[in-house]
Design a protein around this ligand. Structure first.
Ligand code: SAM
Ligand code: SF4
Length: 383
């Protein structure tokens, strides 16, 4: 197996913070809006922010995410892409992705995005069971997912990811097995299968605390995870990260760059950037973000220089999620830090617990470690 690649270049992320409904499990910076004229103001704001920002030249990837980029009307989406193209050569960029939601993805929007250089689409399907979609507050039916896929394909989408979730309260293993089959029938080029997490500050987490919702049994979640890996391997997908499976479309370069701890610049409300060890986060509320830009100021809420130890912990935490694992020599050289020495204890303990394997400088999760990826990663963040 070849060593994991080192991150190269700086990617660009554009955050569109609007959704038709705020889902109860979601802690991303996204909100419902009643007055759609704010969407025009948002695109004006983006134009200002892009002009103010030191953007990467020739980014290896551009990702337009959210929120819900397809919440924009066709003319607003076209304008956003025009504004972006004034700063970045989207057609020359190796990977340009846009997120889409089933209720608002259309053939027309796909054509607009395609013509501007978007070549990869990521559709949030989540589940094909009506009861689960209701539980999650999704704004679309199961049938609409298939229709949206057909619209995306008709609009020229050649590289399609579907996002799915398992571990939803009430979901059975048989139901998840059916969800995966239905997803495969839609012939996606990539699949992301996330284990539902109860995030602080969400409706779901409040309901859990109030005792109205209980997470699924952990053994059931693990059975779903193991089934996912087996079934998708049989279908020809490569598991290159804990939750991500590459089919014909190959891995998502944008996310892979993030797990490799590559630099990125984010624009839009609440977007974060990381460059040369400095992490900054934009103002989250639309009004504050717009207000700062109207005054000609970068809309940054906070910035911190990461300590070498924090960067090393994050390199381990993120990198171990990748199937290739991490190369300690490469991380030590890149961060100029004694990573082996700092993490001697968790490395030894996790190896003794058979959650990690070490082959020379390479460290990766074992099949047992994959089931506890979050717990393993946490050992490096706190160490
Ligand atoms: C933030 S959403 C943006 C994409 C789009 N708006 C959508 O809803 O599909 C990106 C993906 O993150 C995943 N996600 C968000 N919150 C999650 C949670 N609490 N647990 C697991 N996955 C989550 C969902 O699968 C979702 O498709
Ligand atoms: S999961 Fe997607 S649609 Fe739902 S609130 Fe989050 S960003 Fe919006």
């Amino acid at each position: 197996m070849s060593p994991p690649p080192e991150p190269s270049g700086t990617t660009l992320y554009v955050h569109v913070p609007f959704c038709v409904v705020k889902c109860g499990y979601c802690d991303f910076n996204s909100y419902e809006v009643e007055d759609r004229s704010v969407l025009d103001a948002f695109v004006d704001g983006l134009a200002r922010e892009l002009a103010l920002t030191a953007l990467p030249q020739a980014p290896p990837s551009v990702f337009i995410g959210g929120g819900t980029p397809t919440f924009l009307e066709p003319r607003q989406l076209a304008r956003l892409l025009e504004v972006l193209a004034e700063h970045v050569d989207l057609r020359a960029c190796p990977e340009v992705t846009m997120e889409a939601n089933p209720e608002s993805a259309t053939e027309e929007k796909t054509r607009i995005a395609r013509a501007a250089g978007v070549r990869r689409f990521s559709l949030g399907a989540q589940s094909f069971a009506a009861e689960r979609l209701r539980f999650l507050d999704r704004a679309h039916s199961a049938e609409r997912i298939g229709e949206a896929v057909a619209e995306l394909r008709a609009g020229g989408c050649e590289n399609l990811n579907l996002d799915l979730m398992f571990g939803i309260p009430g979901q059975t293993l048989a139901e998840w097995e059916r969800d995966l089959e239905t997803a495969l029938e839609l012939r996606p080029d990539h699949l992301s299968c996330y284990n539902l997490t109860f995030e602080a500050g969400t409706r779901l987490e409040r309901e859990r605390r109030a005792g109205r919702v209980a997470p699924n049994d952990e053994d059931l979640d693990r059975a779903m995870f193991l089934h996912t890996r087996e079934r998708l391997a049989a279908a020809g997908f490569t598991a290159y990260e804990v939750s991500n499976f590459a089919g014909r479309g190959g891995p998502c370069r944008h996310n892979d760059h993030y797990w490799l701890q590559g630099d990125y610049v984010g624009v839009g409300p609440g977007a974060s950037s990381h460059r040369a060890g400095v992490r900054s986060t934009n103002l989250k509320p639309l009004e504050q973000w717009l207000d700062s830009l109207a005054r000609g100021l970068p809309p940054v809420a906070e910035a911190e220089t990461l300590a070498p130890r924090q960067r090393a912990g994050e390199a381990m935490w993120l990198g171990l999620r990748r199937t290739d694992g991490v190369d300690l020599d490469a991380i030590e050289a890149r961060l100029r830090a004694p990573v082996r020495e700092w993490y001697a204890r968790p490395l030894d303990e996790l190896r003794a617990q058979e959650l990690l394997v070490r082959e020379a400088a390479r460290v990766r999760l074992t099949s047992a470690g994959l089931l506890f990826a979050n717990e393993v990663g946490a050992r490096f963040l706190g160490a």
